[in-house]
Design a protein around this ligand. Structure first.
Ligand SMILES: [Zn+2]
Ligand SMILES: [Zn+2]
Length: 689
């Protein structure tokens, strides 16, 4: 290292320190050290009255502040090999791109336990590591290796050929994407390299973990997700970083796992919104995986039956290698689509618009008689989304949020799904004392109740966030469906993902229309993905596949989304959506960032954003960036905090990045002149606007 020396012959070090975003400290801080330490070394440093963990970073050239005023580091944790250069580059990029403080992000992605350790404690942990590593070796019973179909082996060969590039594996549900991931992984592992596999939600994909364990007996598989204990997370992370783990499987935070022998990155269900972190540093693990692949010269495989329009667009333009797998393996057939036009249904049956139509009830009875299973999808948990007084019009508003409280009949509560406030259902209207309070609309609880009446004797189960609160209950309920102990399964989108129910021949979306006219521009894309995914639950069994059906109840039967769904034609749907996006100037044809502000008083947040808009407009970098006026989001008040947001849009990603970087310091200044502002944040590439 060529760092200049201080008068006391100490080395000058740049250290990334965990300082809060709003402290206004960007980049790194300078410290002194008697040892010369390589970048990537973990250290403990004084900051104010506290001692904090930090990471030695490359020091930008240029004079430091008065060396006399600098403090020495407290400790260097040299027992841990330095975090590699590629890792530091990834973090440097992520911090700059997502407009976060480098130290905050770099430390936040380390296991929480690691941040607490001093040198002695770290030594102790490292001594115990061989035991952990031994435990990572898969001892699952070897699964017979399936022979690959032509599509699968073409995909595997292509992945091997791509080198440092990104592949989009577009495989319909049941086409065997997992086999492709595993075969591609096997080739990389055989070269002595490591494989990183990212999944959207680890709790919903134990199957993938089990598949990898069965396929790779003897290989050491480490995990990284928030469901692990702090001690587990640390030991698995250490195994990845020290190159002891062969495979690392995890959720979005695993994209930052340091892996010295990385050879392949797989992002399964790449379209899933949960790859985007929604608080703190709002990064996209999928996008960072693509960047990391480029940085480390390894192949990235993005897999989905319904790719994000961003990824699809890139594949169409040749930036990604498209690997199509249009066939289901075995004799699995995709279900045919039945659209129930709700405008034609008798009024009495239709009720509030999300009831069950006669034809659907009839189809359910047929399944029941044949001993087959059905799945009803309703993306709204609880009994009814709102309670209403028939006399005075009182509604069950949350006193702390701009939202209704949902009626949960099972425990007779009114619950706010935004702030969590739960209260007993009032016996009478709180405003006028009327005893006739009416449940309006329908959630999964009410649908379950209605099915019990309509299908006497049927075994009905409900899976949603309420029914699966207890640890292990989701697995138990899914197992019951698998074992054939359930005739009709009711649930939210939780049940659409990844589960393979062999006797399922009917999947119905009870009330999917909301998404068609949502203000969220990604809502149709998500609905299409959800319905395709749900449809994929049916017809897995060859014998029953021929009569498997996907039902949709809609008031808009001629919507192009349903036409594309009927043909299982993702490409046609994507083409029509991309045309709309281009016309509307939305991603991937434009790049967006949201500046969010929160305060007890909405006016304060508004004033802050107006000042920010003025500051942004005055910057030379604003030339090709559109700055929109601040507006409240759909749910503006949550837990008594008012939220306002301002959209920035540009056809050029670089122009937007330059503006945001120039605006940052001004926002820190503006904050101090806006008393009462709770916080502000920049969301680059927001999921919704
Ligand atoms: Zn009333
Ligand atoms: Zn609330």
């Amino acid at each position: 290292m060529s760092a200049p020396s201080s008068p006391r012959h100490q080395t000058l070090l740049a250290v990334a320190v965990e300082t809060p975003q709003h402290a206004g400290l960007g980049g790194t801080l300078d410290y002194l050290s008697e040892q010369s330490l390589s970048p990537g070394t973990l250290v403990r440093v004084p900051l104010g009255k506290r001692e904090l963990p930090g990471i030695v970073w490359e020091r930008a050239d240029g004079p430091t502040t008065d060396a006399q005023a600098l403090k020495p580091i407290r400790q260097a944790l040299t027992a841990l090999p330095p975090l590699p250069a590629a890792w530091r580059q990834l973090l440097g990029f992520a911090a700059a791109y997502y407009q976060r403080n480098l130290g905050e992000l770099a430390l936040a992605v380390l296991p929480p336990e690691l941040r607490k350790l001093d040198a002695t404690q770290l030594d102790r942990r490292l001594k115990r590591l061989p035991k952990t590593v031994a435990g990572l070796a898969s001892t699952a019973a070897t699964a017979p290796r399936a022979a690959l179909t032509k599509d699968q082996s073409t995909a595997v060969d292509e992945i091997g050929r791509v080198g440092a590039g990104t592949c989009l594996l577009h495989g319909v549900t049941g086409s065997g994407k997992t086999e492709v991931y595993m075969e591609a992984a096997a080739r990389v592992l055989d070269q002595g390299r490591q494989v990183l596999v990212l999944v959207p939600e680890i709790n919903l994909t134990p199957q993938l973990e089990a598949s990898f364990a069965a396929r790779f007996t003897g290989r050491r598989i480490a995990s990284q997700h928030s469901g692990m204990t702090p001690a587990q997370r640390l030991s698995h992370w250490l195994a990845a970083h020290l190159g002891e783990a062969d495979l690392v499987l995890g959720t979005r935070l695993a994209v930052f796992a340091p892996m010295p022998r990385l050879g392949l990155i797989v992002v399964d269900e790449e379209h899933d919104p949960s790859f985007k972190q929604q608080e703190g540093a709002r990064y996209s693990a999928r996008d960072l995986a693509v960047y990391r692949g480029k940085l480390e010269g390894v192949t990235v495989v993005l897999g989905s039956a319904t790719p994000s329009l961003e990824s699809w667009h890139r594949a169409q333009r040749g930036q990604y290698t498209l690997l199509p797998m249009p066939e289901r393996i075995g004799q699995g057939v995709l279900p045919s689509l039945k659209v129930v036009d709700m405008t034609n249904q008798p009024r009495a049956n239709v009720g509030s618009g999300d009831a069950l139509s006669q034809p659907l009830v009839h189809a359910l009875r047929e399944r029941l008689a044949r001993g087959e299973q059905s799945l009803l999808l309703l993306n709204r948990r609880g009994y009814a989304p709102v309670l209403q007084c028939t006399a005075c019009g009182w509604k069950s508003a949350c006193p702390h949020c701009s939202a209704w409280r949902v009626f949960h009949k099972a425990d007779r509560t009114l619950r706010c799904h935004h702030c969590g406030l739960a209260e007993r259902v009032p016996r009478a209207c709180p405003d006028c004392g009327n005893l006739d309070i009416h449940a309006t609309g329908r959630g999964t609880e009410r649908l379950e109740e209605q099915l019990t009446e309509l299908l006497p004797g049927a075994r009905i189960a409900r899976i949603d966030a309420d029914s699966t609160r207890l640890k292990g209950s989701l697995e138990a309920q899914l197992a019951a469906v698998h074992d054939g102990d359930v005739d009709v399964l009711v649930g939210t989108q939780m049940i659409a993902k990844g589960h393979d129910f062999r006797r399922m021949t009917l999947v119905a979306a009870v009330s999917p229309d909301n998404a068609l006219y949502s203000s969220d521009f990604r809502a149709p894309e998500r609905l299409f993905a959800l319905l395709m995914q749900a449809a994929g639950r049916a017809g897995r069994d060859a014998a029953m596949g021929a009569r498997s059906e996907m039902w949709v109840q809609t008031w808009n039967p001629r919507h192009p989304l349903f036409a594309a769904l009927a043909r299982h034609d993702y490409a046609a749907f994507a083409a029509s959506q991309l045309k709309d996006r281009e016309a509307a100037g939305l991603p991937p044809f434009a790049h967006l960032a949201l500046l969010r502000a929160e305060a007890k008083d909405a006016a304060v947040a508004q004033r802050f954003l107006h000042a920010a808009a003025e500051a942004a407009a005055a910057l030379p970098q604003s030339a090709s960036v559109m700055i929109y006026p601040p507006v409240p989001p759909a749910v503006s008040r949550v837990a008594d905090v008012e939220r306002v947001q301002m959209l920035l849009e540009s056809a050029s990603r670089t122009a937007l990045q330059h503006l945001l970087a120039a605006l940052q310091p001004q926002l820190h200044q503006l904050r101090s002149s806006h008393r009462g502002l709770a916080r502000w944040a920049i969301d680059v590439d927001p999921l919704a606007i």
